[in-house]
Design a protein. Structure first.
Length: 267
């Protein structure tokens, strides 16, 4: 891998993500809720993957494979979150964050919400950017990576679909979703998300051990999903709901596991 060739990829990726985040910030000001940035999260990764295609010097098969995998994941996530948030008010997470803002809350949101998420996108996508300059052909590790990605994508998509279907039924209002994949883990979407990015890392690692230097990328994504703005905050938000304590007692927090015995199983 030519390290110097990576610089244009990093520059174009940074410019594209910054433009998207600034545009999303303008939208957030107009609609009165900064949670619109959540839909931009997936879209930002698609832009980074596109920047890799434009600046690649490596094996085109790997470059286009990573673009396709990233784009499919990112577009689905952006559309899903966009539909989920349509017509709703500000996310309680952002309300709590902005209530502590020193000075102008909107400028605080620009720094802490939009630009910080943009920086995280660039960090998490480092393996994809580095792999754009790997000249070796695809090998067995890439095949394993695609399988891990596929498992994660199916898990995440199925979990989101099951939850959406559960919420559409008026009979489930106020109840805890504890069926399907949600009986095995409290966060099937987050677990699937983590698998997607470990799969992309394996595809990127195939053919260039220099990509090991980007190992912090999937580790950071896993941390965000478990201890950052993902599992931890959502569990705290759900803690006061009726039935949550029993559901949390019998259900794995992240990695899918059979429900604990003696709990009666999912309702």
């Amino acid at each position: 891998m030519n390290a110097a060739a990576l610089l244009p990829t990093l520059a174009v990726s940074a410019a594209a993500v910054a433009a998207l985040m600034l545009a999303t910030f303008a939208v957030g000001l107009r609609v009165g809720r900064h949670s619109v940035v959540d839909a931009a999260w997936g879209a930002a990764f698609v832009l980074v993957a596109a920047a890799c295609v434009l600046t690649a010097t490596g094996d085109p098969v790997r470059v286009w494979l990573l673009f396709g995998l990233t784009a499919v994941w990112g577009v689905r996530l952006a559309v899903h979150i966009g539909r989920r948030g349509r017509g709703k008010g500000e996310d309680p997470r952002y309300e709590r964050l902005l209530s502590r803002a020193p000075g102008n809350p909107h400028l605080y949101a620009l720094r802490i919400v939009y630009l910080l998420q943009g920086a995280l996108v660039l960090l998490v996508a480092l393996p994809v950017q580095a792999a754009a300059h790997t000249t070796a052909p695809l090998g067995p590790l890439a095949a394993l990576g695609v399988l891990v990605w596929l498992a994660g994508f199916v898990f995440e998509s199925a979990g989101d679909a099951q939850l959406a279907r559960f919420k559409r039924d008026p009979a489930n209002r106020g109840r805890i979703m504890d069926r399907g994949l949600w009986a095995w883990t409290r966060h099937p979407n987050y677990f699937g998300d983590a698998c997607v990015w470990w799969g992309l890392f394996l595809v990127a690692l195939d053919g260039s051990w220099w990509v090991l230097l980007t190992l912090p990328a999937p580790l950071v994504m896993t941390y965000l999903l478990t201890r950052g703005s993902g599992q931890r905050l959502l569990d705290e938000h759900m803690a006061g709901r009726p039935g949550w304590a029993e559901y949390a007692r019998r259900t794995s927090a992240f990695v899918p596991l059979p429900p604990k015995r003696g709990s009666g199983g999912p309702r």
